[in-house]
Design a protein around this ligand. Structure first.
Ligand code: HEC
Length: 184
């Protein structure tokens, strides 16, 4: 047993040292590696999302509109949106960012977990580092609506979003005509 385990460890170390695993993002995983990564992600997310309490007002129109604006700004670059052509970043990413306007198997709690914590080694960022839970639930509320939207409905919804506090502060600063530190 011990000798077998040692042999496997040595072979693995040699393979790693020889650079046998191709990390290039323009070469897809082999079937077994793909299956392993997919299963690891699915189980990891399912287990970690199991204890999350989903807010009761996910269909609230204000939440959905706020989420639409966040999505357009932060997510569409990789995950695209109704009526949007593939972006350069979406074409080069591996694993690909799924088009979230297609129906997802994930529950709202699982979507929330992924959006908050991100996914290692995929390019999917952890938005919880920079955004609070309430705002991320707005995004999830929007994700639930996204598969039903036409390109026009998407645009209307994004524009209908209430401005965030930060955006308003930013615009006030731009408008006041005074000198700022960042200007010569
Ligand atoms: C830099 C590119 C990028 C950005 C920006 C990005 N994502 Fe992702 N996202 C990914 C990739 C790549 C995956 C797929 C990872 C995989 O297949 O394991 C992913 C996966 C996901 C998933 C899991 C989908 C599924 O069905 O398994 C969700 C949900 C998600 N992203 C939501 C979002 C939201 C919401 C935003 C914006 C707040 C966002 N992402 C921004 C790249 C991105």
């Amino acid at each position: 047993m011990a000798a077998g385990a040692l042999l496997i460890a040595v072979v693995a170390a040699v393979l790693v040292h020889m650079g046998s695993f191709d990390v290039a993002a323009d070469k897809p995983h082999s079937q077994p590696v793909f299956w392993l990564m997919d299963t690891v992600r699915e189980r990891s997310v399912a287990i970690r999302a199991a204890g999350i309490t989903v807010p009761g007002d996910l269909t609230d129109a204000k939440r959905v509109a706020s989420g639409a604006a966040q999505y357009d700004e932060m997510c569409s670059l990789c995950h695209l949106a109704p009526g949007m052509k593939r972006t350069e970043i979406s074409r080069g990413l591996y694993p690909r960012a799924p088009e979230l306007r297609r129906k997802s198997d994930l529950t709202p709690a699982e979507q929330f977990w992924v959006v908050k914590h991100g996914l290692k080694m995929t390019g999917m960022p952890a938005w919880g580092v920079t955004h609070d839970d309430e705002l991320l639930w707005d995004v999830v509320a929007f994700l639930r609506k996204l598969p039903d939207l036409t390109a026009d409905q998407y645009q209307t919804l994004v524009k209908s979003a209430p401005k965030s506090h930060d955006e308003m502060m930013h615009e006030m600063k731009m408008d006041d005509g005074q000198d700022h530190d960042d200007q010569p």
